[in-house]
Write a protein that binds this ligand. Structure first.
Ligand SMILES: Cc1ncc(COP(=O)(O)O)c(C=O)c1O
Length: 455
């Protein structure tokens, strides 16, 4: 097992950087002329791309993205899951065009019949009986956290260190020296100290979950079925069952966020692993790229909420803090119906998962051949390598394995060879149009880039 030679890494990165800069003059020019945008980008996250400036999009379709300099990429980033159905899938495009162009009525605060179809489909896949829509997974989490507090009469949320659930104030927590929740590094101006809203546990550590739940003030355990925002950290056998059992024992709800882990299959990890959430959240991919999100409630949670609304001590219809003007609009429900009904089908997941397995095997072959001390984890249609072996067991272990220079080298090296990886760590996602040739091209490029580092 060899450690990285960082001076060699820096030289390789400089060469990739020079090639990237020289090859993308138009993107660079557009970035530098964007003087009316905060951070020169439409949304500050777009500065995550390595290379000093982002690629500017010209067009995209399926799993191909073309930039304004005329380069076309095999896209494994897929909008960080927003485009898991592929870019502008035909069925979604047709449904959106019908609503936008033929029927009209993009946002009216009036329901359309698509919404009930989508609710029924979400129930079929994930099991929860009652659904409500939002415009992002962040909002679905925020509103569902409020409902969980209302239903239980408890103030706090339990999350796992280095989780990510969107810009949900309560979730930016890591354990402090005495185990109490403190802000994770970089958290922008939290409204109150995190230990007032949050309890934090360590992934794959049931003792830490029980210790925090035992305080008796947790409304909901909010978790992904696998951590996916600090690399992929899979649950060990029995962990999720243990969390479910502890939540029940200590009177907390189990709130499962499948925004990313939907990659596990047609019914997400919830169906694949038989999870039993009380509250369920999803977003990003289900609208095929049109803004949307959803949360599902069990009958018991819905009844507990309704008891309060009937009694008049909470308002979910007007200005009580649950809802958004454009949520559930006709365009996004039409997009969800088409995407779930015709694009993200069971057959599509079978294809995508087969390819993610081939991707994982391709990466593992290089790691084995060159004895590189990294690991790769797969979750259905998604795979991700991490610079540590064996694979990390917790968010804390995975965070310790981060290496920004190595990320930048691999991202730029891939981009210069026609491959886009997600700018956040090294996630690769398959969509229905991804092909075996695309995966093999990644295997080849990965071997070349890692070979330059390790031989
Ligand atoms: C698990 C999870 N939940 C929620 C979100 C928030 O999604 P959005 O940014 O679309 O609101 C993300 C975003 O990465 C996520 O990974």
């Amino acid at each position: 097992m060899t450690d990285i030679d960082h001076s060699r890494l820096r030289a390789l990165l400089a060469a990739e950087q020079a090639e990237y800069t020289a090859g993308h003059p138009r993107s660079r020019e557009l970035f530098h002329s964007a003087t009316h945008l905060f951070g020169r980008v439409p949304m500050t996250w777009m500065n995550m791309w390595s290379g000093g400036f982002p690629l500017y999009l010209d067009r995209a379709g399926g799993n191909r993205v073309t930039d304004v300099d005329g380069h076309t990429y095999i896209d494994f980033a897929l909008g960080d899951t927003g485009a898991m159905a592929g870019h502008s899938p035909a069925a979604t495009r047709a449904a959106v065009t019908r609503r936008a162009v033929e029927l009209g009525g993009l946002t009216t605060m009036l329901p359309t019949e698509d919404a009930e179809w989508v609710g029924a489909e979400l129930s079929r896949r994930f099991g929860l009986p009652l659904w409500s829509f939002t415009l992002s997974a962040t909002d679905a989490n925020r509103w569902a956290v409020r409902l969980a507090r209302l239903a239980t009469g408890r103030p706090k949320v339990l999350v796992f260190a280095y989780c990510y659930h969107g810009s949900v104030d309560e979730a930016f927590a890591v354990p402090g020296p005495d185990g109490n929740a403190v802000s994770r590094p970089g958290n922008v101006a939290p409204p109150v100290p995190l230990d007032l809203t949050t309890r934090v546990a360590t992934w794959n550590d049931l003792a830490s979950v029980e210790r925090e739940l035992a305080h008796g003030d947790v409304a909901a355990v909010l978790t992904e079925p696998a951590l996916t925002n600090i690399g992929i950290v899979l649950p060990e056998p029995g962990f999720l069952e243990g969390v479910r059992e502890l939540a029940t024992r200590y009177g907390a709800l189990l709130m499962i966020d499948e925004t990313h882990t939907f990659s596990a299959g047609w019914g997400g990890a919830t169906r694949a692993w038989g999870l039993q959430p009380d509250v369920f959240v999803i977003g990003k991919s289900i609208g095929g790229g049109i803004p949307c999100g959803a949360y599902g409630l069990s009958d018991d949670v819905a009844a507990a909420v309704t008891r309060h609304t009937d009694a008049g001590d909470a308002d979910i219809v007007d200005v009580g803090g649950v809802g958004g003007t454009l949520a559930g609009n006709a365009l996004s429900t039409a997009a969800m119906r088409a995407t779930l009904g015709e694009v993200l089908t069971d057959a599509a997941f079978t294809h995508m998962t087969t390819l993610a397995t081939a991707f994982t095997e391709g990466v593992q072959a290089t790691l084995d051949e060159l004895d590189v001390p990294w690991s790769i984890a797969q979750l259905g249609a998604r795979a991700e390598y991490r610079f540590v072996r064996p694979a990390p067991r917790s968010g804390e272990e995975s965070a310790a394995a981060a290496d920004e220079e190595l990320d930048a080298y691999l991202h730029l090296g891939a981009a210069n060879r026609g491959i886009l990886m997600t700018p956040f760590h090294n996630m690769a996602l398959m969509c229905p149009e991804t092909s075996r040739d695309d995966v093999d091209r990644h295997t080849e490029v990965f071997r070349e880039l890692v070979g330059a580092l390790y031989t």
